[in-house]
Write a protein that binds this ligand. Structure first.
Ligand code: HEM
Length: 440
């Protein structure tokens, strides 16, 4: 006889607030107290959570047709029904087949120049000796990168306009909108939700103009927008206009804050661990600084990026809603329940990562980890579409910054992770003083 749900903390508000405020501590405590997997009836739905590699593997390998997207009621009005994050089943599979070629590893070389130029441009705005909020700097860099990767740099004015409007949408996206549709309140055009809607409308108009321009000037371009417009589904049809806007919005939303936070953490840990910094700088000295694509091939650089994302998973758990019952060990989870591999539990498992609280990039040089032990980008049929783009961007930006500047960490206390919205990020902006390195 199978039990339906594993035990877990009582109530809905308290466990939800704990997951929001201190996800790692809460999940570790519950796994210890109730066993793994455990059940939480969160405010946004019932969830069975696991950090065990064997169960994570089962969840990722499970038939994708049995899963629905999580959090649709709150997210769909923001991202649109055509966003990959909102699709499930056959429409989701079909969409990934269309989109994934734009994000494959071999495409990355095409983006290397854009990534380096964006890092250089943003850093030029700081004077020698300036104190910067690292997170502000990396956010500007990663937003500029994703905007230029999507729209190209052929039409400078239009790209600038799209960048400006994207920033406006981001600045009006209150974190709470992503959790509760009840706060999507319209009030004579004056509420925060109305402000977001009007910024989205402006961005949409600019996108429409850009799409029209490309239709009137149909040359081959290799930016993401052009590739999406040229791409065909298996039945030969192309992406619908509305749907195209939803997908572009998703890339902007999913693709910039995440990478900006990861870059901020990498700079923080490198400057808190001078040995690691020296080793990375030594590696960078072996390659030509104006060949940014070579930064992404450096073994220690890759280890630094992997360790940063292990220590600070930006998304602490990835969720899927069951369309039909699923057997997970001795539990028979009913349809409607979500199953969630907890990235943060897997990444802090001391049996897999000894001394899990320490920043030790070397561990990634000594051994490899399975996709159920190391999952900063989730896994299975929904694994982050931009994973290759994000890690490539991190290598190019870190390589560019460290080749041109030296930094001094000005944080006197350890910086802790806190919830930003769906993502986790550093509690402080991470203050660094920068000095330009002399060439040669
Ligand atoms: C360090 C940076 C990033 C991290 C840590 C990250 C993490 C994630 C995670 C955990 C998921 C959910 C996966 C799952 O449910 O199994 C996801 C989904 C997604 N990410 Fe990322 N991401 C990053 C950067 C990017 C970038 C740069 C892009 C696009 C340019 C992107 C686009 C997407 C998309 C489209 C999805 C939805 C995939 C689907 O539902 O099929 N992400 N990401």
């Amino acid at each position: 006889m199978l039990d339906s749900l594993p035990p877990g903390p009582q109530g809905r508000w308290r466990p939800t607030l704990r997951i929001i405020r201190e996800p790692r501590q809460a999940l570790q405590e519950w796994a210890e107290r109730y066993g793994d997997p455990f059940f939480v009836h969160a405010l946004n739905g019932p969830v069975v959570i696991t950090g065990r590699a064997d169960l994570i593997q089962q969840v990722f390998a499970h038939d994708a047709a049995d899963y629905d997207a999580f959090g649709k009621r709150a997210l769909e009005p923001i991202l649109g029904a055509g966003s990959m994050l909102m699709l499930s089943g056959e429409p989701h599979r079909r969409e990934r087949k269309l989109v994934m070629p734009m994000f494959h590893g071999e495409r990355m070389r095409a983006y290397a120049g854009i990534m380096q130029a964006a890092a250089e441009r943003v850093m030029k705005s700081y004077a020698d000796g300036a104190v910067l909020s690292t997170l502000d700097a990396t956010t500007s860099i990663s937003l500029e990168i994703i905007v230029r990767a999507i729209f190209g740099s052929e039409r400078e004015q239009s790209a600038e306009q799209l960048l400006k409007l994207s920033r406006k949408v981001m600045s009006r996206s209150w974190p709470i909108f992503f959790f509760s549709p009840k706060l999507h309140i319209s009030l004579l055009g004056l509420s925060p939700w109305d402000c977001l809607s009007s910024a989205k409308q402006e961005l949409r108009k600019a996108l429409q103009q850009e799409v029209r321009y490309r239709e009137e000037h149909p040359e081959h371009r290799d930016d993401i927008l052009s590739l999406l417009m040229e791409a065909r589904y298996e039945d030969g049809t192309s992406i619908e206009r509305d749907h195209l806007f939803h997908e572009l919005g998703t890339f902007l939303f999913a693709g910039h804050e995440t990478t900006a936070i990861a870059l901020g953490w990498a700079l923080y840990h490198l400057h808190s661990n001078q040995d690691c910094l020296a080793r990375l700088e030594g590696e960078l000295a072996q390659v030509e600084p104006d060949k940014p694509e070579s930064f992404a091939t450096l073994p220690y650089m890759k280890a630094v990026i992997s360790e940063t994302l292990r220590l600070h998973p930006i998304v602490t758990e990835v969720l899927r809603v069951l369309r039909s019952p699923m057997q997970l060990e001795r539990w028979e989870l009913p349809a409607g329940t979500a199953v969630a591999p907890a990235v943060v539990l897997a990444h802090y498992n001391p049996a897999v990562y000894p001394d899990p609280d320490r920043f030790l990039p070397e561990r990634f040089l000594k051994r490899s980890y399975s996709s159920a032990e190391y999952l900063p980008f989730g896994g299975g049929h929904r694994r982050c579409a931009g994973a290759a783009f994000a890690t490539y961007e991190m290598a190019v930006v870190l390589g560019t910054l460290l080749s041109n500047f030296s930094f001094e960490l000005l944080e006197s206390k350890p910086v802790k992770p806190v919830r930003r919205n769906i993502t986790m990020g550093p509690a402080s902006g991470i203050r660094l003083r920068l000095h330009a390195k002399s060439p040669g």
